[in-house]
Write a protein that binds this ligand. Structure first.
Ligand SMILES: *[C@@H]1O[C@H](CO)[C@@H](O)[C@H](O)[C@H]1NC(C)=O
Ligand SMILES: *[C@@H]1O[C@H](CO)[C@@H](O)[C@H](O)[C@H]1NC(C)=O
Ligand SMILES: *[C@@H]1O[C@H](CO)[C@@H](O)[C@H](O)[C@H]1NC(C)=O
Ligand SMILES: *[C@@H]1O[C@H](CO)[C@@H](O)[C@H](O)[C@H]1NC(C)=O
Ligand SMILES: *[C@@H]1O[C@H](CO)[C@@H](O)[C@H](O)[C@H]1NC(C)=O
Ligand SMILES: *[C@@H]1O[C@H](CO)[C@@H](O)[C@H](O)[C@H]1NC(C)=O
Ligand SMILES: *[C@@H]1O[C@H](CO)[C@@H](O)[C@H](O)[C@H]1NC(C)=O
Ligand SMILES: *[C@@H]1O[C@H](CO)[C@@H](O)[C@H](O)[C@H]1NC(C)=O
Ligand SMILES: *[C@@H]1O[C@H](CO)[C@@H](O)[C@H](O)[C@H]1NC(C)=O
Ligand SMILES: [Zn+2]
Length: 769
C-alpha cells in the first residue's frame, strides 16, 4: 500500500491549481456591515432575481499619480425591476460610494430617495433600501464612487515597467474574471446578468485608452491641461467579467494587414510579435469557419502586459496577455515557449467565438467556456500547424498527466456546485483546463466531428448573447445527433456525458480472455475506492474501440461497443486466440486499459518485432504508460514492464518516448533508491540508441517536435547519468565560450548545456560564466 500512497502523493503534486486565492492586504475601504450575518452555510451569495441590468453607462477618471492611485467613477445603470420591491441588491468591492448622490429615477422622471443601505463584506453585496415601493418597470440608478487602482493585479489595477529610456512607466489595466468587475464599478456581477456597456475614460493625452469596443469619440476636457475623454462604442450584450479597459503610455500598435487586429506592446518587443501575428490571423479564419459565424467583435486588440495574474484574459475584443505568453523570439526562446505562445493566443481567440458569446449560466458550468477554449486551443493549433502533431503531444503530455492526478477524488469533477468566492476561484483548475478538453475530444470522436461541429453551431446560435448550462449543450448536440444517421443516435448524450463531467476520476477498463470459449470479457472498475477515503463506486458510460493483430487498423475511432454503468461486463467474440487485442484506439477515451498477462505478453512480443510501427504511436505510448501504472499498483511485476519497454531501443518516434519521460518524471524518487541501479541502467541502455538518432546539436531543418524531443531526451539522459551526454554538454559549452560568435547556443539546449556542462567545465569556462 506504500506504493498506493506514493501514487496519491504524485497525484497531489500534479494537481494543477491555476489562480491562488490569496486575500489581498489593502485597506478595507468599503462600507461596513450593518448587521452580522448568521455565519456560514446559510449565507446566500447569489443576487435576488427581482432586478436585471440592461445597460451600464460608466465614466472613469483614473489618477495615475504616485501615492494617489485611485479612480473616480460615475455610473448610470438602466435596470428593469421585475417584481415589486423596496430594495436593490448589487455587488461592490472596495469602492467608496457617495451615498448622498445615489439616486434612482423611473422613466416618468420620478426620483426615489435612498432610505438606508447595508453592505455584507462576506458576500460583497450592497443593499439599497428605498422609502417607497418600486413597481415593476424601467429605472436608472445613478452612483458616484471612488475606487483604488490596486497593485495586486485584480480589478482595475496599476502596474509599471522601465522603458528604453530608463524611465519608470505606469499603466493601468483590468482583470475581472471571475468576481473583480465589482472592484471597478458597482454591478450585478454574475455571468448570466448581462448588459450592454458604454465605457468612457478620462486620461492624459499621453496615454492610449483601449476597451472592448472601438473608440466612438475623443474630446478634450478644457478644464484640465492635457486631459481628454475617450468614449467607446456600446458593447453587445456581455457579462460583467468580460468588460475591460487598458491605459498605456508608450506602447506600440502593431496592426495586421487588414487592420482588424492590433497587437500592443512595448517598443522593444515589436519584432517578437511576428509569430503572434501569424497565429492570430490563422486562428481567426479557422474559428470563423468552424463556428460558421461572422465575427461578433468589430475589432480585436491583444495587449502584452509586463505583469499579469495569469497567462491571458479573454475579455470581449481586448485580450490581455502576460508579455511572455504573446511574444516569441526565435533566437532566445525555446520551442516550448513557442508552443505556449501559440496555445495561449488560440485559447484567447476561441473564447471570442465560443465562451464569450455563450457564457456559463453560473460558474458551476465554467467548463463551457474554459473547457471549450482549451479544447479548441489544441484543435485549431493542429489545423494551423498540421505537422507539429500537437494533438498527439496533448494526449501524451496533458491527458496522460491528468490520468495520474484524477484519482482518489483528488480533483474536482468538471461541473461542481459553487457558492462562495473561494469556491468559484478554485474552479479554475486542472479539471477544466486539462480534463475537460480530453473529455471533449472523446465526445468529438464518439459522435464524429461533423455532428460535434453542427451541434456546437446550433448551441451557439440558440444561446448567443445569453448564457447556458451543460444540459443546453447536450440538448443542442442531441438534436443534431437525432437527425443524423450516426450509429448512436438512440443514446442519450446527457446520460453518457454526465458520468464524465459530474464524477471525479476515471474508469480502468479490464480486458481478459476466457481461455475456454475464447471470448474477450470487458469490465470497468473505479479503482482506488479503498484506503482511508470514503470514495463512492462510480460507473461510467465507456465508449470502446479496439484493434487486433490480424486487422491493425488504428484509424477508425468511432466506438463499436459501449460498456454501460449497469453492465457487469460485455463480451466480444470471434477474435483469433493468437491475436493480441488493443483497446482505446488513439487514446480517444479518457480511461486506462489493463489486460490479462497473456495479452500483455503478446503485445510485448509484437512490439519487439519489426512490425511494431503498425501500432499507432499514441497506442504505443498508452501501452507504456498503462503498463507502468499497473506495475506501480502491483498488478504486474517490474520485469514485465522492463521487458515491454525494451522495444524502445528501436523506437524513433517521440510520442511513445514521451511516455517514458513521463514515467521518469513520476519515478525520479524511485530511481534514486540504490536498489534501482538496475532499473536505471536498463533505462540508459534503451535511451542510448535514441540519443544517437537525435544527436546533440540542433539542425536548422529540425521541426518543432524534434527540438522538443532533443531537449527532453538529453535532459533525462544526463539526469540518469549518461556519460556521453554529460561529456557532450561540456564539449558544447567549451566550444561556445571559446568562440561564441560561431558556436551559438540554441535556446532549447541552453539548460542542458549549462547545467550539465558546468559540472565538468574547466576553469576558463567556469570563470566566463
Ligand atoms: C491604509 O490606509 C492608511 C491610511 O489611510 C494608509 O496610510 C496605508 O498606506 C493604507 N494601506 C494600504 C495597504 O493601502
Ligand atoms: C437608459 O435610461 C436613460 C434615461 O435615464 C434613457 O435615456 C436611455 O435611453 C436608456 N438606455 C437604454 C439602453 O435603455
Ligand atoms: C428586499 O425586499 C424584498 C421584498 O420587497 C424582501 O423580501 C427582502 O427581504 C428585502 N431584502 C433586504 C436585504 O432587505
Ligand atoms: C458626495 O457628493 C456630494 C454632492 O456632490 C458632495 O458634496 C460630497 O462632498 C460628496 N462626499 C464625498 C465623501 O465625496
Ligand atoms: C468584514 O467586516 C468585519 C467587521 O468590520 C471584519 O471583522 C471582517 O474582517 C471583514 N471580513 C472581510 C472578509 O473583509
Ligand atoms: C410611469 O407612468 C405610467 C403612466 O402614469 C405608469 O403606468 C408607469 O407605471 C410609470 N412607471 C413607473 C416605473 O412607475
Ligand atoms: C424596459 O426596457 C427593456 C429593455 O430596454 C424594454 O424591452 C422594455 O420594453 C422596457 N419596458 C418599459 C415598460 O419601458
Ligand atoms: C507627456 O509626454 C511628454 C513628452 O513625452 C512629457 O514631457 C510629459 O511629462 C508627459 N506628461 C505626462 C503627464 O505623462
Ligand atoms: C461513506 O459515504 C456514504 C455515501 O456517500 C455514506 O452513506 C457513509 O456513511 C460514508 N461512510 C463513512 C465511514 O463516512
Ligand atoms: Zn480561458
Amino acid at each position: 500500500m506504500a506504493i498506493l500512497k506514493l501514487l496519491i502523493n504524485l497525484g497531489l503534486i500534479f494537481t494543477v491549481m491555476a489562480i491562488p486565492t490569496n486575500k489581498d492586504s489593502s485597506n478595507d475601504s468599503v462600507q461596513k456591515v450593518d448587521e452580522d450575518s448568521n455565519n456560514n452555510s446559510a449565507i446566500n451569495y447569489r443576487l435576488p432575481d427581482n432586478v436585471v441590468p440592461i445597460h451600464y453607462n460608466i465614466k472613469l477618471m483614473p489618477h495615475i499619480e504616485e501615492n494617489n492611485f485611485v479612480f473616480i467613477g460615475e455610473s448610470n445603470v438602466n435596470i428593469t425591476i421585475r417584481h415589486v420591491t423596496q430594495n436593490l441588491s448589487l455587488h461592490a468591492l472596495e469602492l467608496i460610494i457617495n451615498k448622498t448622490v445615489i439616486s434612482l429615477f423611473d422613466n416618468n422622471g420620478t426620483v426615489y430617495t435612498l432610505a438606508t443601505h447595508n453592505y455584507d463584506n462576506i458576500t460583497q453585496i450592497l443593499v439599497l433600501n428605498f422609502n417607497n415601493k418600486l413597481l415593476p418597470g424601467n429605472y436608472t440608478l445613478k452612483m458616484r464612487y471612488v475606487g483604488i487602482l490596486h497593485k495586486d493585479l485584480k480589478g482595475f489595477f496599476i502596474s509599471s515597467y522601465t522603458n528604453e529610456k530608463g524611465n519608470n512607466m505606469w499603466l493601468a489595466a483590468t482583470y475581472f474574471e471571475p468576481t473583480y468587475a465589482r472592484r471597478a464599478f458597482p454591478c450585478w456581477d454574475e455571468p448570466a446578468l448581462k448588459a450592454t456597456f458604454d465605457i468612457s475614460i478620462k486620461h492624459h493625452r499621453n496615454y492610449t485608452a483601449l476597451s472592448n469596443m472601438p473608440i466612438r469619440e475623443q474630446s478634450k476636457d478644457y478644464n484640465e491641461d492635457g486631459m481628454i475623454w475617450t468614449h467607446f462604442d456600446t458593447t453587445p450584450i456581455i457579462s460583467t467579467y468580460l468588460v475591460a479597459f487598458v491605459l498605456v503610455a508608450d506602447y506600440v500598435r502593431v496592426p495586421t494587414k487588414d487592420e482588424t487586429i492590433n497587437i500592443w506592446c512595448r517598443s522593444k518587443l515589436v519584432p517578437d510579435t511576428k509569430f503572434a501575428q501569424e497565429v492570430v490571423q490563422k486562428s481567426k479564419r479557422l474559428l470563423t469557419e468552424y463556428t460558421n459565424s461572422i465575427y461578433k467583435v468589430p475589432k480585436m486588440d491583444l495587449v502584452a502586459l509586463p505583469q499579469f495574474i495569469s497567462g491571458a484574459m479573454n475579455n470581449w475584443g481586448l485580450i490581455t496577455f502576460l508579455e511572455r505568453k504573446l511574444t516569441y523570439n526565435e533566437n532566445l526562446d525555446t520551442v516550448f515557449t513557442k508552443l505556449e505562445v501559440a496555445g495561449t493566443i488560440i485559447h484567447g481567440m476561441a473564447h471570442q467565438w465560443i465562451g464569450n458569446i455563450v457564457t456559463p449560466l453560473w460558474w458551476s458550468h465554467l467548463w463551457l467556456s474554459e473547457g471549450f477554449s482549451s479544447f479548441f486551443e489544441i484543435y485549431i493549433f493542429n489545423e494551423i500547424f498540421e505537422d507539429w502533431r500537437i494533438t498527439e503531444y496533448f494526449v501524451v503530455n496533458i491527458q496522460r498527466e491528468i490520468l495520474y492526478s484524477d484519482i482518489g477524488m483528488l480533483m474536482n469533477p468538471i461541473t461542481l456546485e459553487v457558492n462562495t468566492l473561494e469556491e468559484i476561484e478554485s474552479l479554475f483548475s486542472g479539471s477544466i483546463y486539462r480534463k475537460a478538453p480530453a473529455i471533449l475530444r472523446m465526445l468529438q470522436h464518439i459522435i464524429t466531428n461533423e455532428i460535434f461541429q453542427s451541434g456546437l453551431i446550433k448551441y451557439l446560435h440558440t444561446h448567443q448573447f445569453n448564457s447556458a448550462t451543460s444540459d443546453d449543450l447536450w440538448n443542442a448536440l442531441q438534436a443534431v445527433l437525432d437527425k443524423s444517421d450516426a450509429p448512436y443516435n438512440t443514446y442519450k448524450l446527457k446520460e453518457i456525458m454526465d458520468t464524465w463531467i459530474k464524477q471525479s476520476d476515471y474508469p480502468v477498463v479490464h480486458v481478459t480472455r476466457n481461455s475456454d470459449n475464447n471470448k474477450i470479457i470487458i469490465t470497468q472498475e473505479h479503482f482506488l475506492q479503498n484506503e482511508n477515503k470514503n470514495i463512492s463506486d462510480n460507473k461510467w458510460w465507456i465508449p470502446l474501440t479496439f484493434v487486433t493483430q490480424t486487422n491493425p487498423d488504428f484509424s477508425n475511432t468511432l466506438p463499436t461497443h459501449w460498456l454501460k454503468p449497469q453492465d457487469q461486463y460485455i463480451t466480444i467474440d470471434g477474435i483469433d486466440p493468437n491475436d493480441w487485442i488493443i483497446v482505446n484506439i488513439q487514446q480517444m477515451g479518457y480511461y486506462r486499459v489493463n489486460y490479462d498477462s497473456s495479452n500483455w505478453q503478446k503485445i510485448m512480443n509484437y512490439l519487439q518485432s519489426d512490425n511494431y510501427t503498425k501500432i499507432h504511436p499514441l497506442n504505443r505510448a498508452q501501452i507504456i504508460d498503462d503498463a507502468f501504472f499497473f506495475m506501480i499498483l502491483g498488478e504486474h511485476d517490474i520485469m514485465m514492464f522492463l521487458n515491454l519497454i525494451d522495444y524502445l531501443s528501436e523506437e524513433i518516434d517521440f510520442i511513445p518516448w514521451y511516455s517514458i519521460f513521463q514515467v521518469l518524471r513520476f519515478s525520479e524518487d524511485i530511481l534514486k533508491v540504490p536498489e534501482n541501479e538496475f532499473l536505471k541502467s536498463r533505462m540508459l541502455e534503451i535511451l542510448d540508441g535514441f540519443i544517437k538518432n537525435i544527436g546533440y546539436e540542433e539542425d536548422p531543418t529540425d521541426d518543432e517536435l524534434t527540438k522538443l524531443q532533443r531537449t527532453e531526451t538529453l535532459k533525462w539522459a544526463c539526469t540518469l547519468g549518461h556519460s556521453e551526454c554529460k561529456r557532450m554538454a561540456t564539449i558544447e559549452l567549451n566550444k561556445h565560450f571559446a568562440d561564441p560568435k560561431t558556436y551559438k547556443v540554441s535556446p532549447d539546449l541552453k539548460e542542458w548545456m549549462y547545467c550539465n556542462g558546468l559540472m565538468e567545465a574547466k576553469a576558463f569556462t567556469w570563470n566566463k560564466i
